[in-house]
Design a protein around this ligand. Structure first.
Ligand code: ZN
Length: 426
């Protein structure tokens, strides 16, 4: 058995303990322990709570000590919505949008997602991997320890498989866990758009060829659809997600981002793990989410980057009792950031969530949306020792300092995977 590690000396220890996921008032309960400590052995948490109690554990005496030196200790962030694998930035379109073109206009001209598709198809697996490795290091540097990653810039069998295999390889080659989602239904690829039956043909290709192949190779846990005007309509989305379910892939959905399509109600009916974006949801959608176990995942980075004024109605969702999560939506077109702290800042200022609510939705609730709330998302005995340490005195300062990285140390399965200074096991 490996040597144990004892983390102590935190100004605040946020455990997020208790039964996940959280709704309503419970979102504000971050399980704060003053003068708390965490004891880790073999990558797992073996004791957590008040320092005296943790130090009484038999492993504590011989443990190596890690002094948090008055910083804030909390669970590593779970980023439950990213498009990790892509070939290049779209800074050119960023400038076009600033000077007046809308996201949808750019997409109609072959920009947008299709721009990323042609670049991805041309890119080698090695080049894609190198870019993703660099991004994963950055995720860790901002306190994230698990990410979900979607395919969706390939849109043919070979390219989608290329992306999904990279999820697997990257998971094995570096520390962060990657949860894989198949998003073949991102948009209709260009080569299908010239035919009158193109959309129908592409949906058939997804259902008859891509889904069975990807499920057989066990390359994804979830199946996602971009249910939006210009992408997939409600009927197509239903068809694809139901086919995914038959292959054992749980549904997730991009819904009501730019227009209201009915995707939220579909997500609830299908028992989807999550329903993401939700800028355009109505009251009936909010009620449906509140009564369901489908997680409402909000992605305020998109609205911020696109310069949109209408954010998702987070307060209405919280008041109704929906399960909320926050994620970066890291992607080259609408949310080029890996920073969960920045997303927390946006959640606080734009979604009017409190810092405590934002942290809960970025940890335990996000873990629940990935089906991993028993393993990660809170600091509790038996869970993975996935921990972030922020160089602040008070957890509210994590979102308060926007656009700055106050993450000091990130620990994955008990191992330090990022450290800003020489703070190390002594
Ligand atoms: Zn997305």
């Amino acid at each position: 058995m490996s040597i144990a590690t004892l983390i102590s000396g935190a100004s605040q220890l946020l455990t997020l303990r208790g039964r996940g996921p959280r709704r309503g008032n419970a979102l504000a309960n971050v399980g704060l322990v003053k003068n708390g400590a965490v004891l880790i052995a073999d990558g797992l948490i073996v004791a957590v709570g008040p320092r005296a109690q943790v130090e009484a554990h038999p492993f504590a005496r011989s443990a190596q000590r890690l002094d948090a030196a008055g910083r804030v200790v909390l669970p590593g962030f779970v980023d439950s919505h990213t498009h990790l694998i892509h070939a290049a930035s779209r800074a050119d379109e960023y400038e076009l949008r600033i000077t007046g073109a809308s996201y949808e206009e750019i997409a109609r001209r072959g920009g947008g997602i299709l721009n990323s598709v042609s670049k991805l198809r041309a890119a080698t697996s090695d080049a894609l991997k190198q870019r993703a490795h660099a991004a994963l290091k950055q995720f860790a540097a901002y306190g994230t320890t698990t990410i979900e990653a979607k395919s969706g810039y390939g849109l043919d069998l070979a390219s989608e498989v290329k992306i999904l295999k990279l999820h697997k390889e990257l998971s094995a080659e570096q520390h962060l866990d990657i949860v894989s989602t198949f998003l073949g239904a991102h948009v209709i690829p260009g080569e299908f758009r010239t035919r009158p039956s193109g959309a129908k043909d592409y949906v058939s290709l997804l259902i008859d060829e891509l889904l069975p192949d990807i499920a057989a190779q066990k390359l994804a846990e979830f199946c996602d659809v971009f249910c939006e005007r210009g992408a997939f309509n409600l009927a197509q989305s239903k068809q694809i997600l139901e086919a995914g379910k038959l292959h054992g892939l749980r549904p997730r959905i991009h819904a009501e981002q730019l227009s209201r399509t009915g995707g939220t109600q579909l997500a609830v009916k299908l028992g989807a793990a999550s329903c993401d974006h939700l800028e355009k949801i109505n009251r009936a959608d909010i009620r449906a989410l509140a009564k369901s176990k489908t997680v409402a995942t909000l992605l305020p980075g998109c609205d911020f980057h696109l310069g949109l004024k209408q954010y998702a109605p987070a307060r209405d969702l919280i008041d109704a009792g929906a399960i909320l999560a926050l994620a970066t939506d890291y992607n080259p077109g609408t949310s080029p950031t890996v920073s969960m702290p920045m997303i927390l800042s946006l959640a606080c200022t734009q979604l009017r969530m409190t810092p405590a609510e934002a942290i809960t939705t970025a940890t335990i609730n996000a873990a629940y949306s990935l089906g991993r709330d028993k393993q990660i998302g809170s600091l509790e005995v038996g869970k993975l020792a996935d921990i972030s340490i922020f160089d602040v005195d008070d957890y509210r300062e994590i979102p308060y300092y926007f656009g700055m990285n106050t993450c000091h140390t990130t620990i994955k399965r008990g191992q330090i995977v990022y450290s800003k200074s020489s703070l190390s096991a002594a």
